[in-house]
Design a binder for this molecule. Structure first.
Ligand code: HEM
Length: 454
């Protein structure tokens, strides 16, 4: 079972034998047997460059990825790793080169036909429906589908949603347990995004927890999370349950006058009006909107509280000038970088940063690293809420697939922080933060906090 990348390896000048051996190994052994903790214990500056594997999920759980990427940006911004749980791959780690890849969609494909957008290849299971969404399509299929859905999160529609988002944020904040320690992720980050998703889909409000559950399930693949106890059959069946629920929702709205929710917009657009007749696309596009809007925003909400606690001077700046909130929102998104990477597959040979990428190679853009690029961002590991170029971050990607929901995400964060500042002098982190082992979504599970009301 050789990939295109394996086949082209014979023509590579260096380390050919090692690469072949290592690549073969990952297909015959249980990937989880590989020692995933190796890099946390090794001196990053002295280890051989080819030993660096930034795809290990534990690096993100332990938050130990910074020195590895700093070295890659310095010495090998286009870096080849011959063997990993996910096979051979190129890492692109500088801001400039990430933009070069992301804006060249003719060479660097997002299509699921070649492996899609994550370092882990999509699971192929005979007889099962494979979700297909426009994020994993190239032109000409991608753009018409994106254009059909985009108005849901266009500024005019967001204007309508702002009051509702604010009311829901206020309701959450007013009911938090003052005087107690609680998990900010559960009580605020998850709850607010769940309410938002229910609004966006016009999904039954009291069942909004299901949207969160399905979103978490959609990104829970063993190769991404390092957790091989996931029951893939059960996961598939539950995602089919999600498809059934969306199908029912679709049918219940069919024939009704247009509204501003997503399902209604899809039904009234001629490109997507019959999307329900194609189960792969139906599930794929709806899941994309749920996943896109769920854990990304959730983790930005949690990350903001953590970052302000880590840099108390910035918290002070915010209290003195809440007018900094819009810029702070961009800075939090840069600092947190909720989507760690996006993957592309080369459709042709290409020279990138002095390295020869071959047709068929897996190319991973590490947004998390691009957002810490010291050649663009001064003191990049620090949160600086009035950073002049915070908006230059690559957390939303670039080019034709640039995040469609970026304005909605920013709106939610802005409104939440405006309402927080009216009520609380400080949200204090009072215990250990728990992160998730995941190389795709930068997930935060537990942030114990206590509130200090004004
Ligand atoms: C802070 C929050 C968010 C972050 C960091 C984020 C990040 C991203 C990234 C990195 C991409 C891929 C860009 C590329 O390949 O060049 C993307 C695409 C996308 N995002 Fe977001 N996202 C966020 C919030 C949202 C929200 C709230 C929605 C809700 C509707 C959403 C919907 C989408 C969709 C539909 C795409 C696919 C666009 C396409 O393929 O044309 N995202 N997002």
């Amino acid at each position: 079972m050789l990939t295109e990348a394996d086949r082209t390896m014979e023509s590579r000048p260096q380390h050919t034998a090692t690469r072949r051996h290592a690549t073969y190994r990952i297909f015959v052994m249980n990937p989880m047997e590989i020692d995933l903790n190796i890099q946390a214990d090794t001196d990053v500056d002295t280890m051989a460059l080819e030993e660096i594997d930034v795809s290990q999920p534990e690096l993100y759980r332990d938050d130990t990825w910074q020195p590895l990427f700093a070295r890659l940006r310095r010495e090998a911004p286009v870096h080849y790793r011959a063997d990993s749980v996910n096979g051979p791959f190129w890492s692109v780690s500088s801001h400039k080169l990430i933009k070069e890849v992301d804006t060249n969609d003719r060479v660097f494909s997002s299509s699921s036909d070649f492996g899609g957008i994550a370092i882990v290849d999509p699971p192929v299971v005979d007889g099962e429906i494979q979700a297909q969404s426009f994020i994993t399509m190239d032109q000409p299929e991608h753009m018409p589908q994106r254009m059909a859905v985009a108005p849901t999160v266009a500024p005019s529609n967001l204007g309508e949603m702002e009051a509702l988002i604010r009311a829901r944020a206020v309701d959450i904040l007013e009911n938090l347990p003052v005087g107690e320690t609680f998990n900010w992720v559960q009580e605020v980050s998850i709850e607010l995004t769940a309410r938002m998703l229910a609004t966006l889909f016009d999904f039954p409000y009291e069942e909004r927890g299901k949207l969160v559950y399905w979103s978490d399930l959609a990104t829970a693949l063993p190769e991404v999370t390092g957790d091989d106890s996931i029951d893939m059959k059960k996961r598939y069946n539950e995602l089919m349950e999600a498809a059934g629920a969306f199908y029912q929702l679709w049918m219940s709205k069919a024939g009704q006058p247009p509204k501003f929710d997503l399902i209604s917009m899809l039904q009234h657009n001629e490109t997507t009006a019959h999307m329900n007749e194609n189960p792969e696309q139906f599930l794929g596009n709806l899941m994309l909107l749920i996943v896109g809007g769920n854990d990304t925003t959730r983790n930005s909400i949690s990350g903001g509280v953590m970052a302000l606690n880590q840099y108390p001077d910035e918290y002070q700046k915010l209290r003195e000038n809440p007018g900094l909130i819009p810029n702070m929102v961009s800075e939090i998104i840069r600092w947190q970088t909720p989507v760690i990477h996006m993957r592309r597959t080369a459709l042709a040979d290409y020279e990138l940063g002095g390295q020869r990428i071959r047709k068929g190679d897996k190319v991973v853009m590490w947004y998390l690293s691009g957002n810490r690029d010291e050649t663009l961002f001064e003191d990049p590991d620090r949160l600086i809420i009035d950073r002049p170029n915070a908006r230059a971050h690559v957390a939303f990607g670039f080019g034709v697939h640039r995040c469609m929901g970026n304005r909605l995400a920013e709106l939610q964060l802005r409104v939440l922080w405006e309402e927080i500042m009216k009520r609380f002098h400080k949200i204090e982190v009072v215990g250990d933060v728990e992160r998730l082992p995941n190389n795709f979504i930068r997930g935060i599970k537990d942030v114990p906090v206590r509130l200090h009301p004004i």
